[in-house]
Design a protein around this ligand. Structure first.
Ligand SMILES: NC(=O)c1ccc[n+]([C@@H]2O[C@H](COP(=O)([O-])OP(=O)(O)OC[C@H]3O[C@@H](n4cnc5c(N)ncnc54)[C@H](O)[C@@H]3O)[C@@H](O)[C@H]2O)c1
Length: 339
């Protein structure tokens, strides 16, 4: 019998958890977050109140124990993900898990084995694949509109760094931020990265350096088919969220620019200017976050394969590890070196 309303549990009521809560509760008509938990009970309670979630639970296990829950949306910190995925799979719950799955490949492999054994859906939250701009670039490559890709250039800069506690727990710039771009270059190229050279430093906030991380980086990539790629990252761009891509192919190029809150251009005697780009991921990628969760729900309903599987989610972690080693050892690192 068809399920009328899919019931979800939300684990983690921080920045991204609140965003998914708002989307499911306000914009999805055939799904509901029935219960929410957070390590900080007041955060779960506030999210429940703000978005009409009927119940809070003391921890994720209390959610997994509930029979009526079809799936969980995992928005807790990265280092909690694999444990939750394994236990959710064992409890027969489908899992939407925020990126990255984990920073450790052995832990990811254990979680993916649990998912396979249980036969549940695991979808990883690389939302940018579902953004209209990136989809258009992908179409230009798949259809041959710009020929065979030669160079892929991604500019990905945040308007400002996250809190330092977040940085400490994030797994580092490559694992936390560039991970989206590693996924994106594979998605766009339709090809595998075989070598990585990364360089970077601390330019934005010394506290990030003290936490053992960098905040500014350039990463060069070689693909199996011979194309090259370059990713530029910075935790701070004073003009806002900078999300651009250009791909050069044998028959042409395609470029996507930032999204703006409006199209107004102000011209005066002194200058021609426009408003700043949409400020951060919550504004810039709204539609993609909606679309990825919509596809997750559809996969649960129809039994279709995951729109972005755990195996796909594992590869960017391997690339991030190669980048981390490249930075540390100041040399290009082959993906084959990362087991
Ligand atoms: N797809 C994206 O664009 C995107 C954007 C931001 C964050 N993320 C990912 O989402 C995850 C969360 O990031 P965030 O920015 O929302 O972090 P955040 O720190 O704002 O929120 C995390 C929340 O999880 C809670 N928490 C900690 N341990 C928990 C546990 N064991 N069980 C339940 N709750 C727990 C914390 O109290 C906090 O409220 C990270 O993996 C991050 O990489 C993805």
């Amino acid at each position: 019998m068809a399920i009328e309303t899919l019931k979800l549990g939300l684990i983690g009521a921080g920045r991204i958890g609140r965003l998914h809560a708002e989307h499911v509760q306000r914009r999805m008509k055939d799904a509901q977050i029935a219960v929410i938990t957070d390590a900080v009970p007041a955060a779960a309670a506030a999210c429940a109140k703000d978005f009409g979630i009927p119940e809070t639970a003391p921890d994720f296990r209390a959610i997994l124990a509930r029979k009526e829950i079809h799936g969980v949306v995992v928005c807790s910190p990265t280092d909690t993900h694999t444990q939750i995925i394994e236990e959710a799979a064992a409890a027969g719950k489908h899992v939407f898990c925020e990126k990255p799955i984990d920073a450790d490949l052995a832990r990811i492999d254990r979680a993916l084995a649990a998912v396979r054994q249980a036969g549940v859906i695991l979808q990883v939250g690389f939302n940018r694949r579902f953004d209209a701009n990136f989809q258009r670039v992908r179409r230009a490559i798949v259809s041959g509109e710009i020929g065979t890709p030669h160079q892929i250039h991604v500019i990905s800069r945040d308007p400002g760094p996250p809190p330092i506690e977040y940085v400490r727990r994030s797994g580092g710039l490559f694992m936390d931020m560039t991970i989206h771009d590693f996924d994106m270059v594979r998605f766009l190229a339709g090809d595998e990265v075989v070598e990585v050279y990364a360089t970077g430093g601390v330019r934005v906030d010394p506290a990030i350096g003290e936490a053992g991380d960098i905040d500014t980086a350039v990463i060069l990539l070689k693909f199996q088919g011979g194309a090259t790629g370059m990713i530029e990252n910075c935790r701070k761009a004073v003009y806002g969220y900078d999300q651009r891509v250009e791909v050069l192919g044998s028959a042409g190029a395609i470029r996507i620019d930032n999204n703006y809150p409006n199209t107004a251009v102000v011209s005066t005697r002194d200058h021609v200017r426009r408003d700043l780009p949409l400020n951060f991921f919550m504004e810039r990628y709204v539609e993609s976050y909606l679309e990825e969760v919509r596809l997750f729900l559809e996969a649960i309903r129809t039994g279709a394969p995951s729109p972005l599987s755990g195996e796909e989610g594992r590869v960017p972690v391997q690339i991030a590890q190669a980048a981390t080693r490249s930075l540390r050892e100041n040399r290009p690192v082959a993906l084959s070196e990362i087991k």
